[in-house]
Design a protein around this ligand. Structure first.
Ligand code: CUA
Length: 201
């Protein structure tokens, strides 16, 4: 019976000869495909930003939550046209800066905008992170306290749009609803009857 033992392997010495298995040709092919695809996706990010028109170039600046609240309150005072479920409906002049505040657990105010007109929508939060999500339009933005996030928007369709929060923000997260009303050139809110809903409680 042989008691010969394999020599101990130590990482301090270089192994002798060719000890690795040469890379198989198919592995090289797959690696190349994956690498090329990575580069394509990498290039798509800036390309889509400039060419795709999908990532709105936002305006971002720091703002104290209390200062933003004061700005929103002033905005409401100036352009309030009505109320719904205790929430002010605000109709700012076409082309102006509009303000929307997310807080636990509501969106204030209800915005009444005009179709085909560009607005600068400022969104921020008073307390924690919220998610601005406009339905049924696929529009999602992070709403972060301390930041005023400005979006240049042009409403393209008249109707009532539901605003939900898509970032878990506590026990009332699912109740955090809001509304954006878009009226067409004649001031009509065409789709109001069919999609009318009374959220905001
Ligand atoms: Cu705000 Cu969830």
């Amino acid at each position: 019976m042989s008691t010969q033992r394999e020599p101990m392997h130590t990482a301090l010495e270089s192994p002798r000869g060719i000890w690795w298995k040469p890379v198989h040709r198919t592995e090289k092919v797959w690696f190349t495909i994956a690498f090329v695809w990575c580069i394509v996706l990498f290039a798509m990010m800036p390309l889509w930003h400039w060419k795709g028109g999908q990532n709105p170039s936002g305006i971002r600046r720091r703002v104290e939550p209390a200062a933003f609240l004061a700005r929103v309150e002033e905005f409401i005072r100036e352009y309030k046209v009505g109320e719904e479920n205790g929430f002010p409906i605000v109709e700012p002049p076409p082309g102006s800066d509009v303000y929307l505040l997310g807080r636990m657990w509501s969106w204030t105010p209800i915005l009444k905008l005009r179709k085909g007109v560009e607005y600068t929508l400022h969104i921020s939060s008073l307390d924690v992170n919220h998610g601005f999500s406009l339905y049924p339009v696929n529009l999602n933005f992070q709403v972060v306290p301390g930041y005023d996030y400005g979006l240049r928007i042009v409403p393209s369709e008249a109707g009532e749009f539901r605003l939900v929060c898509n970032e878990f923000c506590g026990i009332g997260h699912h109740l955090m609803l809001g509304k954006v009303i878009v009226v067409d050139e004649s001031g009509e809110n065409v789709a109001a009857e069919s999609t009318g809903s009374g959220e905001g409680e």
